[in-house]
Write a protein that binds this ligand. Structure first.
Ligand SMILES: Nc1ncnc2c1ncn2[C@@H]1O[C@H](COP(=O)(O)OP(=O)(O)OP(=O)(O)O)[C@@H](O)[C@H]1O
Ligand SMILES: [Mg+2]
Length: 577
């Protein structure tokens, strides 16, 4: 446990290094703030002994000047300290968030199928937020109060070391409840934040699925689910608050022993004539002033635990090792000719083989249609080509190069994907089309749109190409979305095309337009298409019929019909209604 503590702590420090100057400045200011505390406590002795007891009037007039002066210095120092520390905290967390986000994007699809998106979002937003708030407080108060405490302790020992011993006898006792509480706070913070991840998931799911919720009228049910998760969060946070609230009273009760002891023993020493009244008061002021930093420091200790709990969750994402990565010295393919070979490919997500000795090849410009029952491995097969996952046996070659030897960036540049879902970003139409090719001119964008038969409807939008199309493109029809995705793929102009046809058919008219757009897209490219449309199948040079991850049959439409096997069966089910 101690090991992860230091490891996490060290990582946080590494991030702070970039802001060493700000933090250093704040530290110097902290020393100044703490110094004024010690100075004030020290001033009590001459105040009592030299002014009150000797009735020195000239010094009386000096007192307001000194006090205001000290507080002016203290105020400026405090501002410098808080401002620079807090901004450092923000900047550090900003860097951590940036790192976590870019790292997470590099993780493979395997990671994303296993971790709920809400969980990721909450780590980057909420946990990093806790980290930032706690870190700032730890740095601001931790540093300032430590200096104040050390200064006051020194003053106490300097004034009367015997009295100081009495006062600090109880201090070690305070450590025991302190560490116990700290551990609890860290654990419950982690548990609470895990619940926060679930809450975020529920929210994310509900808002994405708002249409389904409305159509099934499950608003109440979803709300109940949310209340439940929210309450689970409270359950853990309540415990954090309980232990946190107990900290100050415990310290105070322990402190009362110290103060009682000091007063009793100190008064004895004054009566004996061993020390002056001024010394006793100065000492008492130091002790009383000390309990404030002490209380704050125990709180700070709690904050450290809290931030470590959150930091661990954030760093867990950073520690996730991407499993689909470039090999050493990867080959960069500029533009592939488009020969694609799946050679004896076997693949499984978990235990069962989803692809089993799968062999398929395509020459440049060929259209290969994959058909087969649901779950037969069609999506999986084309996903392997883009290295969403790495296969376990066999190999996939592009122009005779094993794709694992090709740099991921250049591999992706050579493959355009038009997905079933037609995912669009909440951006302008033009930016959605140039998504894979951000430098493309408006002219190029318009050309792609024309080829995709999207130009006309885009001009019909109020702002044309500059129209923002809403989350996931909700402001467009299904067919329009598909055509924008086709334009996007056209603009990338990759030699290899992967097409996962939408299962939901459009009405005949827009179906025809999409079909024409697809025809333009497939021209002169090696195309792997998961086919649901009869027209695509008829256009294909080769049809691969899959079942349970194996190639069952292959050939052209008429040949396959003649064989009267699986294809003939699928065909009659799907198209001859
Ligand atoms: N991320 C995943 N993790 C584990 N198993 C998966 C995953 N994705 C798919 N599978 C399993 O792999 C098998 C093949 O799935 P795949 O999506 O490739 O089928 P498909 O042929 O595309 O089906 P459909 O026509 O319904 O889209 C299925 O049995 C499915 O349960
Ligand atoms: Mg599929």
């Amino acid at each position: 446990m101690a090991q992860t503590f230091f490891k996490t702590y060290k990582r946080l420090l590494t991030y702070s290094k970039a802001y060493a100057f700000r933090i250093g400045l704040a530290m110097v200011a902290s020393i100044l703030v703490a110094g004024t505390d010690v100075f004030l406590a020290k001033m009590v002795q001459p105040f009592v002994d030299d002014i009150i007891q000797t009735r020195n009037w000239s010094l009386v007039h000096l007192i307001p000047v000194i006090i205001i002066g000290i507080y002016a210095v203290r105020g400026v120092a405090r501002f410098i300290q808080e401002y620079f520390i807090r901004t450092s905290g923000q900047l550090v967390v900003q860097d951590i968030r940036n790192d976590v986000f870019s790292h997470s994007l590099g993780l493979s699809m395997k990671f994303y199928t296993n971790v709920p998106i809400g969980n990721l979002i909450s780590r980057i937003v909420s946990d990093a937020g806790i980290l930032q708030r706690s870190a700032a407080q730890v740095l601001v108060e931790g540093v300032r109060e430590s200096f104040a405490l050390i200064g006051l302790i020194c003053l106490a020992f300097y004034t009367d070391w015997k009295l100081a011993c009495v006062a600090f006898l109880v201090l070690p006792v305070a450590i025991i409840p302190g560490t116990f509480i700290g551990r609890k706070i860290k654990n419950y913070t982690r548990k609470g934040q895990a619940e926060m991840g679930i809450i975020t998931s529920v929210l994310q799911e509900a808002y994405s699925g708002i249409k389904i919720i409305k159509s099934f009228a499950t608003e109440k049910q979803e709300a109940e689910k949310f209340f439940q998760k929210n309450n689970n969060f409270y359950h853990f946070i309540r415990k954090v608050l309980k232990y946190d609230s107990a900290t100050a009273p415990i310290v105070e009760i322990l402190a009362s022993f110290g103060i009682a002891g000091v007063l009793w023993y100190g008064l004895n020493r004054v009566m004996e004539g061993a020390i002056s009244v001024g010394y006793l008061f100065s000492f008492l002021t130091a002790i009383v002033m000390m309990y404030n930093p002490l209380k704050r420091l125990t709180k700070v200790f709690n904050r450290i635990q809290e931030s470590l709990g959150a930091a661990e969750r954030v760093f867990e994402i950073l520690d996730e090792v991407p499993d689909v990565v470039d090999c050493d010295n990867p080959i960069i393919i500029d533009r592939a000719k488009g020969n694609v070979v799946f050679k004896n490919v076997s693949f499984s997500y978990e235990k069962d083989k989803v692809l089993d000795d799968f062999t398929v090849s395509a020459i440049p410009g060929e259209i290969v249609a994959l058909v087969g029952p649901s779950g037969s491995g069609k999506t999986t097969a084309v996903g392997l080509l883009s290295r969403f996952y790495d296969l376990q046996e066999g190999a996939i070659y592009i122009d005779d190069i094993d794709i694992r030897k090709v740099s991921l960036a250049s591999l992706k540049k050579n493959i355009a994907l038009v997905d079933q879902e037609s995912f669009l970003f909440n951006e302008t139409v033009a930016n959605n089309i140039r998504y894979g090719n951000p430098e493309a001119s408006l002219e190029a964008v318009q050309n792609a749109a024309k080829m995709a038969y999207a130009d006309e409807f885009i001009y019909g939008l109020p702002n044309g190409y500059e129209e923002v199309i809403g989350d996931r493109g909700v402001r467009l029809s299904g067919g329009q979305r598909q055509r924008i995705c086709i334009a996007r793929a056209l603009l990338v102009d990759a030699p290899i095309l992967v097409l996962d046809e939408a299962t939901s058919a459009l009405d005949t008219e827009s179906e025809n337009i999409v079909q024409k757009a697809l025809y333009n897209l497939m021209k002169n490219r090696t195309t792997f298409v998961i086919a649901h449309r009869l027209s695509t199948i008829l256009n294909a040079h080769k049809i691969i019929v899959m079942e349970n991850g194996k190639v069952q049959e292959s050939g052209k439409h008429l040949e396959l019909l003649e064989q009267n096997g699986l294809y003939a069966k699928l065909y009659s089910m799907q198209f001859e209604s």
